[in-house]
Write a new protein. Sequence first.
Length: 251
Amino acid sequence: MSNVQPAIPAATLVIFRDVENGPPEILMVERAKHMVFAGGAWVFPGGRIDPGDYDIASKLWPQEDGASRVAAIRETIEEAGLPVGLDPLPTSEALATLRTKLHEGADFSEALIEAGTVLAPHLLTPFARWLPAHANMRIFDTRFFLACLPAGAPCASVDETENVRLRWTTAQALLDDADAGRATIIFPTRRNLERLALYADFDAAVTDAQKYPVRTITPYMEERDGVPNLCIPADLGYPVSSEPVSVAKRG
């Protein structure tokens, strides 16, 4: 009998902030250590898809990934206080009220109306979809989207519930911190950061993402040179497609 748990639909947002004379920065949040999934690890903002996200998507963006786009936008507001995927941008006061209402469990559609804004899911670019299959662990079927920090957006701020810190960082800088033991990242995050580190700016990331189909990635075990490795397909744009199981962090 398999011990793999049913997958939880989820979505996450890779937010770019282009930098003059340097690689783009990406927003990352550090999960609280007590969290069951990826406790203490640095991840992209995101979370599970709520029933209300499906309702909104059925009217606004009825494609297969519609609810994922809605969830990615909503979770980014909740976790980082950023109005990515909203048009027009709400005022700082309206955004703060919107975030508070979401934390209190308010209906997202109604809260958006009160904030004087609407969802703009077309501003998100599909990037990847990961569906691990680890036994005895919580499993998420997660769609990743790219988005650019809009001009005039407020400073990001951590929600201090599921996450305890946030940072703008280049992908390579966070990889370097993880290699030096200064940060924890799990296997999917590492693979995505390695891919993101290839891009000179947001436009380059979007152009490259559009070259590859969003095919569900389920890491698998394979022995390479006599060493058990955790692997992903090599044809989806990732510069590194395997890692020894002995060092891979799986959540």
